[in-house]
Design a protein around this ligand. Sequence first.
Ligand code: AMP
Length: 278
Amino acid sequence: MIRSITTVAEMQAAREALSGSIGLVPTMGFLHGGHLSLVRRSKRDNDHTIVSIFVNPTQFGAGEDFERYPRNEDRDLAICAEEGVDLVWAPPEDEVYPPGFDTRVSVGAIARPLEGAARPGHFDGVATVVAILFALVGAERAYFGQKDAQQVMVIDRMARDLALPTEVIGCPTVREPDGLALSSRNVHLTPEQRAAAPVIHRALLAGCDRYRAGERAAEAIRSTVRQALADEPLAAPEYVSCADAATLAELERVDRPTLLSVAVRFGTTRLIDNEPLG
Ligand code: AMP
């Protein structure tokens, strides 16, 4: 049976006992098929796979869902054991942020729009904790989901700029059969909201269809997505973005690789998703 390691010292001792390449899968736990796809990719690419489970308080804003974020460490451990994960590190807060901790990693332009604008400080928290994880684990590769596309870009920028030796690898979004992207937060949806939530991906696909039919005006594509979301009264869109996939700057014309992305609230639950265009 796999056991979860809590301290930095134990984790590093166990990590040093593993020879060969290491893949790291950072998570906030409450594991689902999206996380498992990252674990499986890591196991294919590396000799050993380490999963971290840490609900990072510094990436949640005031009034966000840190307290009610779903947690179930026993179940997560059983899943990791079944998947053949070599080591699970589930540290308490003061192992990651020991007394006196006073540093913040702040990524520039790529962290500002979209999730950065909607959640001030969020990406500082993400970049800081991932920098710590990369430094402590020293993995060859780390795996992140494209569902959080901007997060992958922010972490990749951070790792390159800080010359961290861990390669950042983005992996495809895993979805329910009805198109809803798997997310730990889906558990908070009421049955009515859950039934309505596939509108997120339907709306993104409507935007993709409009692009495929020849539309190149970004606002027309955003408008298609907004209209599709408006069909569902339980969906409250926060943003609909049609942005340059390299910079995340909003586009006028879709004439380069583009990311169509949305944040949508269902009651108190905020979900994000995206699809590439072009
Ligand atoms: P989280 O536990 O939500 O912080 O997610 C941990 C990692 O799993 C992040 O890199 C996420 O982007 C990734 N992830 C979350 N949901 C999915 C999904 N549906 N498909 C693929 N990766 C995902």
